[in-house]
Write a protein that binds this ligand. Structure first.
Ligand code: NBG
Length: 947
């Protein structure tokens, strides 16, 4: 489906309430008329001017802020006694053979305390082979996880059966990264079993919180893109959509970051040292993957076919992780591929007696999935990286095609039954691989095959940074994937033939649209290939999608206006509120009345008003304040344990900036502000200092190992923090802390502890950001620029609840143009003082960063730090001022939390499902506690006698 997102301007100002807008124009108009609105202007997003985004407070888009979770057939909390599973497809033959076996599997595992304890202990003894005398928390963690996994597996098996029988359209989310974070608590809360397990473990002498801590945090991703994929899996399952995540099972996730002498050190993250109880190795699910080799023609039944042969063959083996959703028995699958040497052996070398090199060659194969590339937004430019991409895409396409072929449907049905989403360009080669299989293995002709490909794929772009756009040399692809290179040339040829009909005169445009960049060496532009092979292209926030249409993909947008749309990112409330900040979660449940908001975040929208009306507002705000203090205390303890820094958490603003280190995100501007704050405190008298808001500024984030500037910024932050934290005159009022090794599990401690959070990228650079959403959901306020999702967050929570500052996209463009013409930033007194203190060594030995600063001063201030600095100062001062009025601050937090419904991934997924993928949910039949009422989904089962 290619419906563009439409924008409706509603002119009927005495109607204030929001109505749910759909992307279907007719439906939306009907709804609006029904609700008494006049639809005066219907304007497509494509016609919107970029300047709309530049104006503060301009709200062209009114939209529903909530997504309603479909009414579930059951509540998992009902699950206390013997519960019969739904039954599927038992034929007479099976019945005769295995009635006994069938009966033994007819109910779900019990969830009472004793049964849980027994299953944990059984796993410890019989799966893990440990005795009662050698128990420790690690083994309890493993036993507990296996016991939870058992309960997930039965529901998962049933979910897969339902899908297999009903053949709904399936969604495949292809992503080179999945940043899952820990799984135990998430599985327990989704299946509503946390209390039971807590009790069970307590009696065995273990605290569940300590058991959670034993889990290695699987960090198979770099940042936002990988974490988004994980949140999407949670929502896909929660909303009962049949979906698979497909990616790579890296042996080493993103590197562990240590800080030594103020500098980042990278250490390998071998996350599997203690095994991974969540994954299931599927030896039976394996595919051969070929690299290198050559192509030739062959005639089969009078038909010319292309054969790709020779080269290297490796094997991909599937590792499955069950993905549970909130309050549903449906489970989806994350299938990650690991490379193994192919089972065939180089007999020639072997027979020559060269056993070692025959084995060595095979060993190479297992390196393919060894390491996650630690690059956030710049291509690694390595052959191995391209190998990884093809490796997982080829295995995935094989898997999908096999599933489809088994269903015996005609190829014309393929795109009606399979939606594939490319999470950025890394899996682009999957589109070419599908084309290859359809043409070379299933003998479809090019046009038919290409149409199937184009109707099956959607592409999400995650960045406008030009250096992050993937390009691979034609030489490399020709060497590694010779058949794919032929097909890419073919796709390009047919595409350009079409384009020429429209732009025959405009050679520049043709050159820009071409998949091949005619440079030396020639390059393949993966984004162009992706757009051409997809039915829909989306950005991840309104402003980002608009920038794609008007800048990065302008030519393509002109050609295919309907292809481009937007789906604003989201985050899952399950992990980011319910797991990470239970005190807040309990408070919301108490005042809202029940837990339904966790599955339908938009329900909180009316809560502030309700509290105001029933006179409970003050009490809520007081209790919210106390919950925040507990979260801050948790972080303060972590800091004390790990960094030996003592923090005041009760009466002090926690100001947090955690994200990948990158110039565009401007951690450096924040660090300069820290120096400024320190110098200002130094210049004050003791009495004046006493009047200031106390603050701790936290930084956290990894820099790509090859990104020197980003590493220098980490060094700078650590260097100044030493000076600032050790100054007895000021360190009661201000400290700076760098939190090493930022990752999902640490984020769950850091984010709830924030009062203020910083999202201060140069306007037009941050595609969306997702931590901004997590901070808002857990009750902190944003200081930020009009960039990415910040803009839409402000639209939802109210401009008065965000500290906006800085130049907008258009102004930034002008500044850059001026700098290209020789302009230099006007630094002004206060910022000059900051730079002087750095140059003089007053805030530590910072020689390594002087060239960088001089560059900025000489007109290379690409990210416009100097141009935004003073406005940033003013916003910081405003934040301090408002923080001094506790009630006002907390009230803003309350309004922020409750207006975040739009940023639940449930809403994002709903939007993808309806507008891009065309999916319908399919829910497992209701489990029942009486055998006679059990759901039987196959008619021949009804004949089985039941007693
Ligand atoms: C990142 C963007 C973020 C965005 C996430 C998820 C990449 C390439 N891009 O702004 O920088 O929130 O993607 O969409 O990781």
């Amino acid at each position: 489906m290619q419906t563009p997102t439409n924008i409706y301007e509603i002119k009927n100002s005495n109607k204030e309430e929001k109505i749910e807008l759909s992307n279907n124009q007719q439906e939306t108009e009907e709804k609006m008329n029904f609700a008494g609105y006049e639809v005066n202007t219907v304007m497509s997003t494509f016609e919107r001017k970029l300047s709309d985004f530049a104006q503060e407070g301009k709200q062209t888009l009114k939209r529903s802020s909530s997504i309603k979770k479909r009414d579930s057939l059951y509540k998992l909390t009902d699950f206390s006694e013997k519960i019969f599973r739904p039954e599927f497809q038992m034929n007479e033959k099976l019945k005769e053979k295995s009635e006994k076996l069938w009966r033994m599997m007819e109910s779900y595992l019990p969830r009472d305390k004793q049964s849980i304890q027994k299953s944990i202990i059984d796993h410890i003894e019989y799966t893990l082979a440990r005795t009662r005398f050698s128990l420790d928390k690690q083994i309890i963690y493993q036993g507990t996880s296996l016991s939870v996994r058992d309960r997930l597996l039965e529901a998962w098996n049933d979910s897969q059966s339902v899908i297999k029988i009903n053949h709904p359209k399936r969604l495949y989310y292809l992503s080179i990264e999945f940043l899952l974070g820990r799984l135990l608590q998430n599985a327990l809360i989704n299946f509503k079993m946390e209390d039971k397990y807590k009790e069970a473990l307590n009696e065995l002498g273990y605290k569940i919180e300590e058991i959670y801590e034993r889990e290695n945090d699987p960090a198979l991703g770099n940042g936002g893109l990988g974490r988004l994929a994980a949140c999407y899996l949670d929502s896909l399952t929660t909303l009962n959509y049949p979906a698979w995540g497909y990616g790579i099972r890296y042996d080493y996730g993103i590197f562990r970051q240590a800080i030594e002498n103020c500098q980042q050190i990278e250490l390998p993250d071998y996350w599997l040292t203690k095994g991974n109880p969540w994954e299931i190795m599927r030896i039976d699910i394996n595919y051969k993957i070929r690299f290198y080799g050559h192509c030739r023609d062959e005639y089969k039944n009078g038909r010319k076919v292309r054969i790709w042969e020779g080269g290297q063959e490796v094997e991909a083996i599937a590792f499955d992780t069950v993905i549970p959703g909130w309050d549903t028995l449906n489970c989806n699958t994350l299938r990650l591929w690991k490379s193994y040497p192919s089972r065939e052996f180089n007999f020639e070398s072997f027979n020559k007696g060269d056993y070692a090199s025959a084995v060595a060659e095979k060993d190479q194969a297992s390196y393919i999935t060894s390491v996650l590339y630690p690059n956030d937004s710049t291509p690694a430019g390595k052959e191995l990286r391209l190998k990884q991409q093809y490796f997982f895409c080829c295995a995935t396409i094989n898997d999908i095609v096999k599933r489809f072929v088994n269903s015996n449907m005609p190829w014309s049905e393929f795109s009606n039954k399979n939606a594939m989403q490319l999470n950025d360009t890394h899996p682009t080669i999957a589109a070419v691989e599908l084309l290859r299989q359809l043409i070379d293995d299933y003998f479809l002709d090019y046009n038919e095959a290409y149409e199937i490909v184009r109707k099956s794929f959607g592409y999400t772009n995650h960045t406008v940074l030009p250096e992050a756009l993937e390009r691979w040399s034609v030489d490399l692809i020709s060497k590694l994937l010779p058949r794919h290179m032929e097909l890419i040339f073919l796709i390009n040829h047919f595409f350009l033939e079409e384009v020429k009909k429209r732009y025959s005169q405009n050679l520049d445009k043709l050159a820009r649209l071409s998949i091949i960049e005619e440079s030396t060496p020639k390059m393949v532009r993966m984004a162009n290939l992706c757009i051409i092979c997809s039915h829909t292209v989306n950005g991840v926030a309104e402003i980002h999608s608009e920038l794609l249409r008007t800048t990065l993909f302008k030519d393509f947008h002109e050609l295919f206006p309907k292809k481009f749309t937007n789906v604003t990112n989201g985050v899952t409330s399950r992990r980011w509120i319910y797991c990470a900040f239970r005190e807040l979660s309990n408070l919301l449940t108490e005042y809202y009345g029940c837990e339904d908001w966790v599955g339908e975040l938009g329900l909180l929208e009316q809560l502030p008003e309700k509290l105001q009306n029933n006179g409970k507002l003050d009490r809520f705000l007081e209790e919210f304040g106390n919950a925040k203090i507990l979260a801050k205390k948790r972080l303060a303890h972590w800091v004390k344990d790990h960094l030996k820094i003592e923090l005041n958490y009760e009466n002090c603003m926690f100001d947090v900036m955690v994200k990948r280190m990158h110039e565009y995100k401007r951690q450096f501007m924040n660090a300069l502000y820290c120096v400024y704050r320190y110098l200002t405190l130094k210049d004050m008298s003791q009495q004046e200092r006493e009047k200031q808001i106390k603050r701790v500024t936290f930084f956290g984030g990894k820099a790509a190992p090859g990104y020197t500037v980003a590493k220098n910024i980490i060094r700078f932050i650590n260097t100044i923090s030493k000076v600032i934290n050790n100054d007895p005159e000021t360190n009661k009022y201000f400290k700076v802390v760098f939190l090493p090794d930022y990752k999902v599990s640490l984020a769950q401690i850091i984010i709830p502890a924030a009062d203020l959070s910083q999202h201060i990228s140069t306007a037009g650079t941050e595609a969306s950001g997702t931590s901004n959403m997590k901070f808002c959901m857990t009750g902190s306020l944003i200081i930020g620029t009009r960039d990415g999702a910040n803009i839409e967050i402000a639209d939802e929570i109210g401009q008065e609840n965000i500290f906006f500052f800085g130049k907008n996209v258009i102004e930034i463009e002008k500044i850059r143009a001026a700098q290209r013409n020789g302009a230099k930033p006007d630094v002004g007194g206060r910022l000059k003082k900051v730079f002087d203190s750095i140059f003089s060594g007053r805030v530590g030995d910072n020689n390594y960063i002087k060239d960088y600063i001089n560059g900025i001063l000489n007109g290379n201030d690409f990210y416009c730090i100097c141009y935004d600095f003073y406005d940033y100062l003013a916003a910081q001062e405003k934040a301090d001022l408002i923080y001094s009025d506790k009630r006002n601050w907390r009230n803003k937090c309350l309004n922020t939390i409750c207006k975040m419904g739009f940023f639940s991934t449930d809403r994002s997924i709903q939007s993808y499902a309806e507008n891009i993928w065309g999916l319908t949910p399919i829910e497992l039949p209701k489990p029942v506690n009486e055998i006679s009422k059990r759901v039987i989904s196959s008619s021949n089962l009804k004949n089985i006698e039941m007693n």
